[in-house]
Design a protein around this ligand. Sequence first.
Ligand code: CDP
Ligand code: CDP
Length: 221
Amino acid sequence: MQVAIDGPAGSGKSSVCKIIAEKYGFTYIDTGAMYRSVAWVSVHFGEDNLVEKISNIDFILEENGKKISIKYDGKIYDLTKEIRTPEISSKVALVASNGEIRKILVKKQQEFAKSGDVIMEGRDITTVVLPYADIKIFLTASPEERAKRRFKEWQSEENKQEYEKVLSEIKKRDEIDSTRKESPLMQAKDAILLDTTGLTLEQVADKIGEMIAEKKEKSKK
Ligand code: CDP
Ligand code: CDP
């Protein structure tokens, strides 16, 4: 079974996917981590010939979405932590608007999706990467609620930032992701809208669990 989830930053995609993956034994694929890794490469190895650099990279996804490494020029780099900084967050939407880079990543994501039951999340999964997925969800929440979630998440870390700054960064990234020419973030016609404002992670995971159970039941008939 394939479950595809799209939605803006802080809507709960990765947290919910981890719960579902664990509970139902799905492989979780975090495509945002792949775009973030591209941003990391552009920061650390330079923006020149970025498309060529990315076409020579192997993405290594381990521990079911909890770890990401890349193999570049014969060396392995564990990027799990490095790609979550405010610097990478502020750069990622720009590299993700490059159509040639998207083409390379979409192909790799479609390959990853061949591995049995998968739950994949990002911005173009329901529209471009897995348009024929069994379950398609557009996960969202108000920008203020999403900023509050991120703000809370960063309180105890070195990434600590003002709430207003987190909110404006989220709004800016939403704007770039939703208005870009290449595969913009949007709700696919046949995707289910799930507004998580005021819902706990468990409540959201339960709703998606019900969709999976229903799909499984239908496929038996
Ligand atoms: O976790 P958060 O929602 O903040 O972001 P993410 O899922 O890690 O994605 C980071 C960025 O990568 C997004 O803001 C998009 O610019 C880009 N992205 C994309 O263009 N397409 C995807 N399928 C996934 C991410
Ligand atoms: O992957 P995405 O950017 O869509 O969101 P996330 O990283 O899964 O969620 C951002 C933060 O919001 C995490 O700290 C979650 O625990 C929290 N969250 C929440 O409190 N309630 C929800 N319904 C969803 C997420």
